[in-house]
Ligand binder design. Structure first.
Ligand SMILES: [Zn+2]
Length: 335
């Protein structure tokens, strides 16, 4: 093993405790970069945070993010209604859902902050969300670790990006009390030091500024059913943490945020069931327009079933994903 390619022992990022118990072990079945390695998630004996321990060093971690990690995110398709087939493509549940999922994010921000303000998206990916906010009059900035994603967003959408890991940045890279809203759409558990990230976010938010964190839910029913087969749930070693709303609330307490609200339903990830059926349906023959019609009907049904399942689980706070809002408290931590 190369000197840099190391796994290191960690302490709890949330409370600093060294006591833990084993939670779950799994190989990197998504990219199989090191097929022999099994990664272990442990649960803190003090605060209950679930974290990868030992974890790859920051340098070694880069190895686990191949370029294909970023390719699965669909880039927007220009709408051209030339034929029935094109129309069916545009009206497909996948496109419809991604549009609604994007609208869900922009509507949430607009509800929290009535007038266009300044927004930072951490883990901004290809910038679809920031583009939508920019079109709504917002002043937007993205932080994104992937160079190809950052280049795409700045070249194609003209959005300013900082191409780095938020954990590598400090207050010197921003202005204090600058942002009205900071969003982390499923980037929280990928961060090496989420506590430091939240502390920095607190410093650069305006008074009463809000942070929105979306994450997969360690309390979800599907986590128990599908975690062995679904890389989105516990994607080791890229997921360094595995959280639920209570854990994020504890993070808020120690980083200067007041908890506002948790949402348990999202169109952004509805249900693993839909993902499974859609991947099967995607292999269907789609040569003729009626093939597409059959596929479209089946995919719509599967999406609808997934949404209903997800709605049911959200009543019991056991949904696949949750979104949590925190507000910067009046007392500044930086003093
Ligand atoms: Zn702890």
């Amino acid at each position: 093993m190369n000197e840099k390619n190391q796994l290191v022992n960690k302490v709890c990022n949330l409370c600093g405790s060294e006591s833990y118990s084993r939670y779950y072990e799994q190989k990197d079945h998504r990219f199989e970069k090191t097929p022999r390695d099994t990664f272990r998630m442990v649960k803190c004996g003090e605060c209950g945070l679930i974290y990868l321990n030992p974890a790859p060093t920051k340098t070694y971690m880069k190895y686990f993010y191949p370029d294909t990690f970023y390719d699965f995110r669909a880039f927007p398709v220009p709408s051209r209604r030339k034929s029935i087939r094109d129309f069916l493509e545009i009206a497909s549940p996948i496109n419809l859902r991604s549009k609604l999922a994007l609208k869900e994010k922009t509507d949430l921000v607009k509800r929290l902050h009535k007038h266009p303000g300044k927004l930072l998206d951490v883990g901004a990916a290809e910038g679809n969300f920031l583009l939508a906010m920019k079109k709504n009059g917002w002043d937007v900035l993205g932080v994104e670790i992937s160079k190809s994603m950052a280049d795409f967003a700045s070249e194609k959408y003209g959005i300013t990006y900082i191409n780095d890991d938020l954990n590598n940045l400090s207050i010197r890279d921003f202005k204090t009390k600058d942002f009205d809203i900071i969003t982390m759409w499923r980037s929280f558990v990928h961060m090496y030091d989420p506590k430091a990230a939240l502390q920095l976010c607190n410093q650069i938010l305006k008074p009463n500024g809000k942070i929105i964190i979306m994450s997969t839910n360690s309390d979800s029913v599907e986590e128990k059913l599908f975690r062995r087969t679904d890389p989105n749930l516990i994607d080791v070693p890229r997921h360094l943490y595995h959280v639920n709303p209570d854990i994020v609330k504890k993070y808020f307490e120690v980083t200067g945020f007041k908890f506002i609200k948790t949402f348990y339903f999202s169109l952004n990830i509805t249900s693993r069931l839909t993902i499974i059926t859609n991947s099967k349906l995607s292999r269907m023959r789609k040569k003729y327009w009626f093939d597409k019609l059959i596929w479209l009907s089946a995919a719509n049904l599967s999406l609808l079933a997934g949404i209903l399942f997800s709605l049911l689980l959200s009543i019991f706070k056991r949904s696949y994903v949750f979104t949590i809002i925190g507000m910067k408290q009046d007392t500044d931590l930086e003093s």
